[in-house]
Unconditional design. Structure first.
Length: 94
């Protein structure tokens, strides 16, 4: 399925159905009111899309934080006084 504006109307919605809906709205609201209504609908769709993207980014950020916390929990904690000893690049004479 494609992500289109008309998807909520159903998969079987074709051009004749859309023309019928537009003509019905034109008869109900008139030619003067219809552009204003379309503008409001466009604003609501844009606001909904913005909120949806904001929620998605917050969820992705929280999932990243959870994964980072789990990774940090699995790694051994080395006290600062032994941190130099734990560095594999530092060689100790035996």
């Amino acid at each position: 399925m494609t992500d289109t504006l008309w998807e909520p109307l159903g998969a079987e919605t074709g051009m004749p159905d859309i023309i019928f809906i537009v003509l019905l709205a034109l008869i109900m609201f008139g030619p003067k009111k219809l552009p204003e209504i379309a503008r409001h609908i466009g604003k609501y769709f844009a606001q909904f899309k913005r909120l949806q993207n904001e929620l998605r980014s917050q969820l992705e950020m929280e999932l990243g934080n959870i994964q980072a916390a789990e990774t940090a929990k699995d790694e051994p904690v080395i006290p600062p006084q032994f941190a130099q000893d734990a560095d594999p690049a530092v060689r100790h004479p035996m």
